[in-house]
Design a protein around this ligand. Structure first.
Ligand SMILES: NC(=O)c1ccc[n+]([C@@H]2O[C@H](COP(=O)([O-])OP(=O)(O)OC[C@H]3O[C@@H](n4cnc5c(N)ncnc54)[C@H](OP(=O)(O)O)[C@@H]3O)[C@@H](O)[C@H]2O)c1
Length: 268
């Protein structure tokens, strides 16, 4: 645990999960550039390298290597804040899982649900309770446009993001008069390690055009600071979400099959 904790720092503290790479790393960068101290987490040692890179931006950075699909991991992360109030929580850690549901290992299925939903909710409940007591705080939750699409050949992941997209709005409403804002960032396909980790590289979506994680993070960070309810990153993704709202689920599932079925990359 590389610690640059600064209990006496006057800067607000932002907690960013899944900050070792991709969207989370760039969200942490946005926080640092806006004067936040950082507490960042991920489950591999690379999180400490990310911390060193972020600390070059001149802010205090503490990194914790924990598994956020367990309550113990979340408790260890929160302990690393050493009682400092968390002014901004960016609950971003998540992972995908390709292949047909019947061909997936159920331990992998649980890991997606425990990371994307259980661990995320446990962290949110702990931090948001303290924010509500203080009467202030900002929360950004990374959902996905996948939450609007029946995810044939990534069914569990898309289902987990449908949960998170819906949950974010409900929590936002519950906290509307408390001084705590909740924003849901819904990216489309973004150029990160996500597709390799999910085993989707031999698919059309895995090989297809993707957004820049730095742009996606900036969109999310600005929406959080503006206290917006949700933000879909990118015009093409906004159109896809709008279309999903008026397209039969059977058609959406068939479209997703074409994008995510193993080997679909070959056909194009
Ligand atoms: N990329 C896309 O197309 C896309 C689109 C929509 C939404 N999203 C969402 O964006 C978020 C960030 O993903 P990304 O695209 O930036 O992918 P990424 O580069 O793979 O980043 C995922 C981050 O989450 C961390 N993480 C995953 N499982 C964890 C666990 N159990 N415990 C602790 N840390 C964990 C990873 O840490 P380690 O590397 O150390 O495991 C990494 O820092 C996710 O919620 C994802 O669902 C991504």
């Amino acid at each position: 645990m590389a610690s640059a904790s600064a209990p006496n720092s006057s800067q607000p503290l932002a907690l960013v999960t899944g900050a070792s790479s991709g969207i989370g790393f760039h969200l942490a960068r946005c926080c640092a550039e806006s004067g936040f101290d950082l507490l960042i987490a991920a489950d591999l040692p690379e999180v400490h390298q990310a911390a060193q890179e972020l600390s070059r931006l001149g802010t205090h950075v503490r990194s914790v290597q924990v598994n956020l699909d367990t309550r113990r991991g979340v408790d260890d992360l929160l302990a690393a804040a050493e009682g400092r109030p968390i002014e901004a929580l960016l609950a971003n850690a998540g992972q995908g899982l390709g292949q047909g549901f019947l061909d997936q290992d159920f331990d992998d299925v649980r890991k997606v649900i425990d990371t994307n939903i259980i661990g995320t909710l446990y962290l949110l409940q702990k931090v948001a309770r303290e924010m509500r007591t203080r009467g202030q705080g900002r929360i950004l939750i990374t959902g996905s446009i996948a939450g609007f699409l029946p995810g044939a050949f990534q069914a569990v992941y898309n289902g987990s993001k449908a949960f998170i997209d819906s949950f974010s709005w409900a929590l936002r409403n519950e906290l509307k008069d408390t001084g705590v804002s909740v924003t849901c960032l819904m990216p489309g396909p973004t150029d990160t390690n996500f597709f390799a980790r999910a085993g989707l590289l031999d698919t059309e979506i895995g090989q297809g055009k993707k957004d820049d994680p730095a742009d996606v993070a900036r969109t999310g960070f600005d929406a959080m600071m503006a206290g917006e309810g949700d933000v879909v990153a990118g015009l093409k993704n906004k159109l896809q979400v709008a279309m999903a709202g008026v397209t039969p689920s059977s058609v959406l599932a068939e479209q997703h099959r074409k994008m995510a079925e193993p080997g679909s990359a070959k056909h194009h």
